[in-house]
Design a protein around this ligand. Sequence first.
Ligand code: AHM
Ligand code: MG
Length: 335
Amino acid sequence: MSRITLSRYLIEQTRSHNTPADLRFLIEVVARACKAISHAVSKGALDDVLGSMGTENVQGEVQKKLDVMSNEILLEANEWGGHLAGMASEEMDQAYQIPGRYPKGAYLLVFDPLDGSSNIDVNVSVGTIFSVLRCPERNGATGDLGEEAFLQPGTEQVAAGYAIYGPQTMLLLTLGNGVKGFTLDRELGSFVLTHDDIKVPETTQEFAVNMSNQRHWEAPVQRYVSELLAGESGPLEKNYNMRWIASMVADVHRILTRGGVFMYPRDGRDPAMPGKLRLMYEANPMSFIIEQAGGAATNGTQRILDIQPTSLHQRVPVFLGSKEEVERVTAYHQE
Ligand code: AHM
Ligand code: MG
């Protein structure tokens, strides 16, 4: 049987679901950038790409060389094609303006260029997360594109995906009709459809959370996790296993493959930081993918995709994965 490449999948989407040609092009460009990032990541110490830049991003996090390189790869790949009105990234304080010498397009691209920064230097899976929105009407305005254009709830995403740079490089993608998984064939240089119609199992016996933060969590999360830990003799009457990779892409990828619940709860240390993960380029794209795969995603009290963003780098608590567990921990927040 002939293999379905990402390009063929996208062309077939245009035929069956009217996916616009410029969106198709956008996804292809992002995928090409992910191949370049995958290549850079795989070189590691050979190309002297490990370690820090000695700079901090807007969130006060130390930037790794590969964080900065990945950001540049995505910007350069996407700025000239005429498909975007602007970009925003974890690694940039403000929205990135498409240089005046290039045409502007209908879409906005938001990304975390290299998620799982703490794993870069230790040869553990990292990834790229991206979200695509439509640029609101600018009514003839010609000045810089402001942050407001990006502040749309996750329900407005027209596409979302992530690339995971692990033992295989894979691209997981949703255009709003299910989730497809493509594996990079390095010899051919193309992403090949290998995982059709991915579904998160509804029930699970696996959870992912950074347990070292336990003492800072709120009561509903304390209760839920203590019930998970109580196992068969506790109220949930089953034993759970725990995994924490500390790369959201890798934890989410495991959940898409074999189920589970992922949590990065609010914690009491800094009221200005309600959780660690960022809404626009981590929680929203991952929640879109998880919902499209039949799972659920909330911030404890609200569906993540319904949250009206108030700033580009806003953080939110995240509970996502198998429906039954996400519903349980969400219900505990309501009691
Ligand atoms: P990053 O985008 O700077 O890499 O931070 C996000 C990462 C997620 O991938 C992961 O789930 C989380 O931070 C891990 O946090 P912790 O260091 O508390 O384990
Ligand atoms: Mg990240």
